[in-house]
Design a protein around this ligand. Structure first.
Ligand SMILES: Cc1cc2nc3c(=O)[nH]c(=O)nc-3n(C[C@H](O)[C@H](O)[C@H](O)COP(=O)(O)OP(=O)(O)OC[C@H]3O[C@@H](n4cnc5c(N)ncnc54)[C@H](O)[C@@H]3O)c2cc1C
Length: 140
């Protein structure tokens, strides 16, 4: 179902994986929204200093998180503060329920968070969903 929040791609979670997905979606000219329940950065925000990321001999976790975010934004990814509670497929669209009442919908969904089975309603095998291997969502 189309809504005023319709995007081509919804990405759940703005950790390194979600922000990378946002960057590539934007670079592919897809209108992407990254939904993050807290501040963008994920586990990077719990890491003071990173010394093993190629090209960065010494970078603060929050600093690298900001670089990831601005890089994704540069290519057009939109960020919203929203905790996703449920994702489901409705016709050709994926819809999310969020704790802030936002009802984003899109043609594709990437789950880059620890959303569990109970939050993802059963999806057909042909659904355009990517996500961690332990998730029920199949890879398109
Ligand atoms: C202490 C520590 C040190 C580390 N040090 C290094 C290091 O030096 N080098 C290295 O390469 N790796 C390091 N790692 C590993 C690295 O942090 C992780 O591999 C990386 O953060 C994983 O990224 P991710 O995007 O998959 O997940 P995460 O970083 O976990 O991001 C997931 C995001 O999804 C959000 N989210 C979750 N559920 C929802 C929901 N329902 N709705 C909306 N948003 C949601 C979370 O808030 C979070 O922002 C370290 C990890 C830890 C814990």
């Amino acid at each position: 179902m189309a809504t005023e929040y319709e995007h081509e791609v919804i990405i759940v979670g703005a950790g390194p994986a979600g922000m990378t997905a946002g960057m590539y979606a934007g670079r592919s000219m897809l209108k992407a929204v990254v939904l993050e329940r807290g501040a963008p950065g994920g586990e990077l925000l719990n890491t003071e200093v990173i010394e093993d990321y190629p090209g960065f001999e010494h970078v603060l976790g929050w600093e690298l998180a900001q670089k990831f975010e601005s890089h994704a934004r540069k290519f057009g990814a939109e960020f919203r503060t929203a905790g996703v509670t449920v994702v489901r497929k409705v016709g050709e669209m994926f819809e999310c329920e969020c704790d802030n009442g936002d009802p984003p919908a899109a043609h594709a969904l990437a789950v880059e968070s620890e959303l569990g089975r109970e939050e993802i309603e059963p999806l057909p095998d042909s659904s355009s969903v990517t996500g961690p291997a332990e998730q029920p969502a199949p890879v398109a």
